[in-house]
Ligand binder design. Sequence first.
Ligand code: NAD
Length: 298
Amino acid sequence: MATIAFIGLGNMGLPMTANLVKAGHRVQAFDLQSEAVSRAADLGAAPANTVVAAVKNATLVISMLQQGQQVSRLYTGNDGLFGHLAPGSLVIDCSTIEAETAQNLATVAAGHGLDFVDAPVSGGVAGAEAGTLTFIVGGSEEQFTQARPVLAQMGQKVLHAGSHGAGQIAKACNNLLLAAQMAASCEALSLGLDHGLKADVLSEIIHQSSGNNWVMEHYNPVPGVMASAPASQHYQGGFQVKLMCKDLNLAMSLSQASGSPVPMGSAARALFSLHQVAGNGSLDFSSLFYLYRQQKAG
Ligand code: NAD
C-alpha cells in the first residue's frame, strides 16, 4: 500500500479520497478549506495542515482542483510542490484544465525527475462515491501503466487518450457533448410540461425512446423525478454551473486553435453563461432547467 497525498477535497476529491482509504492506502489529505480536511479525516484520511505536510513521504500525489491556474500554482508557483517531491514520484492531476497547462506541467515535472499525467474524470459525484468513474489519461505508455492501478481503485474504467494533454482534450470534447445533452434534455422536458405532460411520465418515455441519453438515465434535471439526482437535492453538490462554463470555455479555445466549428457547444455555452451570470454559478449544472422555466412567455 502506498502513501498518497490527495490535494483538493471538494465534491469529487472527498469521495475519491474515501475510496483510496478503503483500498488500504495512507492518504494524506489537504484542502484550502479546513472543514474539507476535517471531513476527510472523518473518512479515515490523515489530515494535513499544509500542502507541504501532505506530500511528506508520499511518492504519489493526486490533485482535484477546480481550474488550471490553481493546478499550476500548486505545482510550480512559489514553493511549488514539484520542488518538494522525491525524484521518481508520480503526480496525477485529475482536475479538468487546459491541455496546454497539462503539457507544460509534464515538461516541468520531467525536469525535476518526476512523472506527471493528466487524468480528468467523467461520472460525476455519484461515480466518485461509487468508485465507478472513468479516468481519461494523457501521458506516455509507461506513465499510463504506472498510474492505472491506483486510478482503478477510484474508477471502473481507465482509458489512455494519448500523450500529455490528450486526456484534457478528450474531456473537453466529452463535456461539450454533455452540456448540449443537458440543455436539450431541459428543453424537451420543459416543452412537454407546457403541454400538460407529467415530468416523470415524459422522462420514462424519452428514457425508453430514441432521445435517451446519459442525462435522462442518470441526471434528470426536474426535481423529484430521480431521487438520487442533484435536481432532487435543491441542485446542491454535483457539478457546479461555473465549472461547466469553464469546461465549455476550454472546448471553445480548442475550437479556435483548430478552426473546428462548434455551433452546438457555442449555444450551450451561451445558455450556461446566462444561467451563471443570473447568480446560479454554485448550483449543479442541471439547474439549467430553471432557465427554461423562467424564459417561458406568459
Ligand atoms: P469543488 O469546487 O467542489 O472542489 C475543489 C476543491 O479544491 C475545493 O474544496 C477547493 O477548496 C480546493 N482547492 C482549490 N485550490 C486548492 C489548493 N491550492 N490547494 C488545496 N485545495 C484547493 O470542485 P469539484 O466539483 O470537486 O471539481 C473538481 C474538478 O473536477 C474540476 O476541474 C471539475 O471540472 C472536475 N469534475 C467535476 C465533476 C463533478 O461532477 N463535480 C465531474 C467531473 C469532473
